[in-house]
Write a protein that binds this ligand. Sequence first.
Ligand SMILES: Cc1cc2nc3c(=O)[nH]c(=O)nc-3n(C[C@H](O)[C@H](O)[C@H](O)COP(=O)(O)OP(=O)(O)OC[C@H]3O[C@@H](n4cnc5c(N)ncnc54)[C@H](O)[C@@H]3O)c2cc1C
Length: 363
Amino acid sequence: MKILENVLLKNLTTMRLGGPAKFVIEIEKPEEIKAAHEFALEKNLPIFVLGGGANTIAKDEGFNGVIIKNVMKGIEATDSVFAQTLRLTRSLSSEPRNDGRERDGLRENTSVIITALGGTEWDAVVEFACNKGLTGIEALSKIPGLTGAAPVQNIGAYGQDISDTFVSAEVYDFKEKTFKTLKKSDFGFSYRKSILNSSEKGRYFVISIALELKKGEMKRPFYNSIEKYIEENNISDFSPLKIREIVSKIRADKLPDPKFEASAGSFFKNIYLSEEEAKLAEEKGLPVYHGHDGYKINSGWLIESAGLSGKLLHGFRVNEKAALVLINESAKSYADLASARAEIITAVKEKFGYTLEQEPVEL
Ligand SMILES: Cc1cc2nc3c(=O)[nH]c(=O)nc-3n(C[C@H](O)[C@H](O)[C@H](O)COP(=O)(O)OP(=O)(O)OC[C@H]3O[C@@H](n4cnc5c(N)ncnc54)[C@H](O)[C@@H]3O)c2cc1C
């Protein structure tokens, strides 16, 4: 376990804002999390678990507490799914599975369980799976950040969410001071949401996660931008590696790389609507998508249509190619971000009547 003092949060978060954190503790072995917890309790300091900082906004005053980081890395695949799944499910619950697994021997035998430690770069997990010809997370290629954070906001892109393949996570429970296995149904997954960023925010430290992937490939129709790319480039190979390559190219063309440009990815969530609200929106001529996760309006479209695309607001550029993304070009303070955010929210509210909600977590 490594304890660091007075570490600037702008160096730990991809939006590159934020003053000093009093302590940063790096967890190198699972049992060290208990000692880190004790350390914070003894000093009566709050805890914040941080991954790669790609979805976290820090404030100018910093954090008078203990930042805990999972730096344990590693990925493992178990082909004998049957044994591994049984072991996992037995230890998790005696609930009957309702997904047809017991009835369908073929599905069972073609699945693979991937286990990854929380400090592993998420994209390394995707690359590992794709290299093995496993489908289920290839559309989640190049999402910045670490594996431990991936289930927290139920990362998703191009028609896949991590909840689609999620099996379980090994966690430390700060409330009960115990290690636990949380299964998928414990996470309460929905759009960019799980109990870890809502009802049980701050309660768990994710040590590792397990995903169930399948040999094979994604089924058409794919997400619009993938379909468009396939058509334009006359592609008929839909293997996980090929889809990973396509998604990587689409992303590189429109999203900033945190290594070179400061951002927190999508700064606002999309607007989800009930059937009735969707009907009203369509009557007003707004583009409503009916995806696998319900009716939605792309908030990027709302920002663009409010005339903000490409604008520089208080040091933040509204990304011209994906208006949901704010790039920190020259802002130095959280106050600049708050002003830019307020301007965007007001412009969208005045033009369309919808209130945008921030996606990244605030420290
Ligand atoms: C350019 C860019 C593009 C992006 N594209 C996408 C996208 O396509 N889809 C998408 O869903 N997201 C996207 N994001 C957001 C971000 O990549 C994800 O939310 C990612 O999961 C954040 O990982 P992180 O390790 O950086 O998390 P952090 O920002 O460090 O943490 C995020 C949250 O998770 C918690 N957390 C982190 N690690 C742990 C742990 N081990 N145990 C318990 N809690 C933990 C933190 O407390 C915090 O609440 C993008 C971000 C950027 C910068």
